[in-house]
Design a binder for this molecule. Structure first.
Ligand code: B12
Ligand code: SF4
Ligand code: SF4
Length: 369
């Protein structure tokens, strides 16, 4: 057996940091058996809801050599995304989770490609994978010594928190042993479990997708009634378990970056635009166009926006008149949007919007003579 090529490993990792990746590491490509067990148990318990992703084929998603034959090493990277967000604009606006505000995966993949290119030039196979169904990214990052598993299930980088997206290069190159695991940094804290608006963290490190807002906003059809108020102002993604997290709060305080309000792509989406723009404008938008939207159906985004609008008006963060935006949905052909619009009108204190107008009443009653 050949000795691990540590010189190549050092050059590859240097290429990653040179390409702007904040944290890089390597680990063996042995199957991730603990993650496989977790996927299978959670699937059996129904915790994945209708989610597929890594749950679709746990054996495959936890075995890198099923994706790259002869895979020996994973070169893993974490790309940090901005932790500061601007204040909500004056107009009614819906919140976007920080990971979804810009093309952070694009930056991650570019860095991973820089490392993969070196591996290929050295004669090895190398394939970039990030947020793909074939690799359990957190388990890889954990094994590569990039961070610890928080009780929120998020992977935290020591001293830097969890505002990171994760990915790997799967390669046939043998780059050496996995490092020591990073020690747990949660201790007795349990703020994420207590702070989750829907109680979706059902045990330490275990998320029930059926309650997790990050999944519910991506799911087609009816948004569950019991979680509509908890959705608050969130249009896409949910950061609550990360925002309450002390290690993240420390990085937030230390981060001088403030994304300019109104700059595109931005973390707030104007609700009036969301509810009135043509579907293609939403789906081709520089920010929204990158999101996972089932069947590329813009009505899923509008449905979330309708619930958000009801919550914003209820909380005094938008004007009751803003609920007039619901009228086309109340009168429209889409029964799912109509039902959500009814809910939002009542939630925002405008049940008058549900009353049929005199004109419509006349029509409904038919001729009086
Ligand atoms: C499915 C999925 C989701 C689902 C389910 C999340 C989940 N926790 O399972 C939904 C849609 C809800 C989701 C939400 C989010 N996701 Co997501 N998601 C994925 C995806 C596609 C697969 C994850 C997976 O396989 N989960 C299965 C379970 C078994 O894995 P796990 O949760 O990590 O479980 C481990 C822990 O429980 C640990 N464990 C076991 N026992 C114990 C005991 C203790 C005490 C502890 C602490 C841990 C622990 O071991 C398990 C197995 O390794 C990955 C991308 C990928 N290909 O990996 C992204 C990924 C995990 N998501 C990511 C992100 C950014 C998010 C959100 C923050 C997005 C947002 N802001 O809305 C939220 C966070 C929600 C949360 N608290 O987890 C990042 C994570 C980055 C990070 N630093 O951790 C990933 C890696 C995407 C990426 N490539 O960057 N996600
Ligand atoms: S993403 Fe939101 S809903 Fe999901 S576990 Fe975290 S706090 Fe709870
Ligand atoms: S909130 Fe506390 S328990 Fe949860 S991940 Fe952060 S440090 Fe760990």
């Amino acid at each position: 057996m050949n000795a691990p090529d540590v010189e190549l490993r050092d050059r590859v990792l240097a290429a990653g940091t040179g390409a702007g990746l904040e944290v890089v590491g390597t680990c063996s490509a042995e199957p991730f058996l603990a993650a496989r067990k977790a996927l299978e148990e959670r699937k059996a318990a129904g915790l994945n809801g209708t989610m597929q992703f890594t749950y679709k084929n746990p054996v495959r998603s936890t075995d890198p050599s099923a994706t790259v034959e002869g895979c020996a090493t994973l070169v893993v990277a974490a790309a940090r995304y901005p932790s500061s967000v601007p204040e909500q604009p004056e107009r009614a606006s819906a919140r976007v989770a920080r990971y979804a505000t810009d093309d952070h995966y694009g930056r991650l993949r570019a860095g991973l490609r820089a490392m993969a290119d070196l591996l290929k030039a050295a004669g090895h196979r190398a394939l970039v994978m990030a947020d793909d169904n074939s690799v359990v990214d957190r388990a890889a990052a954990h094994r590569a010594g990039i961070g610890w598993y928080g009780k929120s299930a998020n992977l935290l980088v020591p001293g830097q928190g969890s505002w990171f997206v994760l990915g790997s290069v799967l390669t046939t190159a043998d780059l050496g042993e996995s490092p020591e695991a990073v020690a747990d940094g949660c201790g007795t804290c349990r703020r994420c479990l207590d702070g989750c608006p829907t109680g979706a963290i059902v045990a330490e490190g275990v998320v029930d997708a059926r309650r997790c807002l990050a999944w519910l906003v991506q799911q087609a059809g009816e948004f569950p009634h019991e979680y509509r108020e908890a959705l608050g102002d969130r249009l896409y993604g949910c950061d609550e378990c990360q925002e309450v997290c002390p290690p993240n709060k420390r990085t937030d305080l230390a981060d001088p970056t403030v994304m300019a309000p109104g700059a595109a792509p931005g973390p707030w989406v104007d609700v009036e635009w969301l509810l009135t723009a043509p579907d293609d404008d939403l789906l081709d938008d520089a920010t929204l166009g990158r999101w996972y939207v089932p069947k590329r159906d813009a009505s899923v985004l509008r449905r979330n926006g309708i619930v958000v609008l009801g919550n914003l008006v209820h909380d005094g963060r938008a004007r009751p008149e803003d609920l007039d935006l619901l009228v086309p949905f109340l009168e429209g052909a889409d029964p799912v949007l109509a039902e959500h619009a009814e809910w939002a009108a009542v939630r925002g204190g405008r049940p008058d919007l549900l009353d049929p107008s005199p004109v419509r009443q006349d029509v409904a009653d038919g001729p009086t003579t």
